[in-house]
Design a binder for this molecule. Structure first.
Ligand SMILES: [Zn+2]
Length: 548
């Protein structure tokens, strides 16, 4: 999904488990009394400096992983190569992997360490249809025409988490610290199709806190309700009967008529909905050819509203309209399949404050002239103010500011995790301000030094926050207290899908099968090439097509 910070910018520029067993290390004795008082703790400051240096020293791995996942360009539920590769890296570094989590073939959990606290690091891994694009090129240039790609930048988040985890793991090993690091991927985030199932499968049952990471064009950290919408996505399939559309149309019953009746009725109904709703649809099956009355047809809706109650009501209305459409067209409503669901996210205040302090300390990446030239060329191409890459860390955002900045936006199934365990999303600066989101232009920077530097800077913030949680039991306690006494005091989480709903693991299978063989020759080979740009023979930055 589009990062909130980018959404906020678009809006602004529209005029244009309580810790029971403390660490049993020597360090534990000198543990600060409260999270706040840890600020000036010299040991923590020294360890954070060490983390920062270790991550800088591992910058090559950041580039290799980011470029590698970029080159796979896999769509939701089909992240086969991506998951194989990332779990391989983690396994090499001593993590234990559980694959096929929650009945989702490309979902996994990687664990290292032992005992409390258990801190999870998550990030999305899926791509966007038709967003395949050569990196570092400031104009439309496919690698494989028509192919999916990382037009959202989801190739960078798990590499960031791995970098952070490896650095903290080394310190924990040396200091003999108690604690468990858990890594997990957001599968099919673009369809909001996996995280509620991970929650249901118990992935977060023993997790004390969760740090998520999402690409953005700045360090965006906030607490409280995010200005995102809760969502249910569902496909409605209709069944009619075929006949010669000219010879004997009276013998047929068109399932496509039902789809169109449903869509039209929804448009009439839209007039009577609250203004905050967002709903949209595509016809996934409209029949085969005009002279055959369509015996099957299907329409896929996204329903979005501010909270679980409202979105559940919308879905109920849609089911009534679907039944009525079938009746009016003498067809049958064959099935209603939930494909995705998401609660509106809510981020944890104490963890967000700790994370923001770390972001302030790390600062934005050191962009060079090439990075800024690349960014400005992309902004010009998009008719966006060419202000280049951001060089400051914005203040910690409060829910009030978030609400003011919002003009009604997307959704993110991290919401379900945030209502299950204290969580914060780290938005990190690894992309160019002004890109439209879910678009090939969002992929341009994602296998260039802009992404590589953003991943390194983001990994430092993630690692420091992970260390804060590992080393200061009080921070975990405060996070839990906020979660219990404030966030979930009156609002109780219940998944938006039914117990009988199962993950839509068939999503994108056909699309991916169409392109995978053509994309395979372009997978990044780090043994032969220093970077993906070198492999593709692209100069950084490339501002205009070569004239023959
Ligand atoms: Zn996203």
């Amino acid at each position: 999904m589009l990062s909130i910070h980018r959404i906020r910018l678009l809006a602004t520029l529209a005029l244009v488990a309580a810790v029971t067993s403390p660490p049993h290390s020597a360090m534990a004795q000198k543990r600060p009394a409260t999270a706040a008082s840890a600020k000036g703790d010299p040991r923590i400051a020294r360890l954070k400096a060490e983390l920062s240096a270790a991550i800088d020293a591992n910058a090559k791995l950041a580039q290799v992983m980011t470029d590698q996942v970029f080159s796979f360009g896999e769509l939701g539920m089909q992240e086969v190569e991506t998951s194989k590769y990332l779990t391989g890296v983690l396994e090499e570094h001593g993590f234990t992997i559980t694959r096929g989590v929650a009945g989702i073939p490309t979902a996994w959990v990687a664990r290292w360490g032992s005992g409390k606290p258990v801190i999870a690091l998550g990030s999305d891994i899926d791509g966007i249809p038709q967003s395949g694009q050569k990196p570092a090129v400031a104009f439309r240039d496919w690698i494989v025409p028509g192919s999916p790609g990382h037009g959202e930048g989801h190739n960078s988040g798990v590499p960031l988490n791995i970098l952070a985890a490896l650095a903290v793991k080394d310190i924990m090993t040396r200091e003999k610290m108690s604690g468990t690091i858990v890594l997990w991927p957001g599968v099919a985030e673009e369809q909001l199709a996996s995280k509620a199932y991970l929650v249901r499968a118990g992935v977060f049952n023993d997790v004390d806190a969760n740090l998520f990471a999402h690409v953005s064009d700045e360090f965006g950290i906030s607490w409280g309700d995010e200005p995102l919408l809760s969502l249910i996505s569902a496909q409605f399939k209709f069944k009619g009967s075929s006949a010669h559309a000219a010879g004997a149309p009276w013998r047929g019953r068109s399932a496509l008529d039902a789809v169109m009746a449903m869509a039209n009725s929804w448009e009439y109904h839209r007039e009577h909905m609250e203004l905050s709703q967002r709903s949209h649809y595509v016809i996934t099956d409209g029949g085969d050819q005009p002279n055959v009355v369509p015996a099957t047809a299907a329409i896929w809706f996204f329903f979005r509203e501010r909270d679980a109650e409202r979105v559940t009501k919308m879905f109920g209305d849609a089911k009534q309209i679907a039944r009525a459409a079938a009746q009016a067209t003498f067809t049958e409503l064959d099935s209603v399949q939930v494909i995705g669901s998401a609660w509106r996210p809510h981020f944890n205040k104490p963890i967000a404050e700790a994370m923001h302090a770390n972001a302030r300390q790390v600062g934005t990446p050191k962009w060079d002239a090439n990075d800024q030239t690349m960014a400005k060329a992309v902004q010009k191409m998009l008719s966006w103010p060419d202000s280049g890459l951001r060089t400051t860390v914005p203040p910690l955002r409060t829910p009030d500011e978030a609400a003011k900045a919002s003009s009604g936006t997307g959704s993110d199934d991290i919401g379900d995790v945030t209502w299950t365990v204290p969580s914060v999303t780290l938005y990190y600066p690894a992309n160019i301000p002004g890109t439209p989101g879910h678009n090939w232009a969002d992929g341009i920077a994602m296998a260039t030094p802009i992404a590589h530097k953003g991943v390194v800077a983001g990994a430092k913030v993630q690692a420091m926050t992970l260390l804060d949680l590992m080393i200061q039991p009080t921070l975990v306690v405060e996070a839990k207290r906020y979660f219990t006494d404030v966030q979930t005091k009156t609002v109780k989480y219940a998944p938006l899908m039914a117990p009988t709903d199962m993950p839509a693991i068939w999503l994108n299978a056909e699309k991916m099968a169409r392109y995978r063989d053509q994309m395979r020759p372009f997978y990044y080979d780090p043994k032969r090439f220093d970077s993906y740009l070198k492999q593709l023979g692209i100069a950084y930055p490339t501002l205009a097509p070569k004239t023959p």
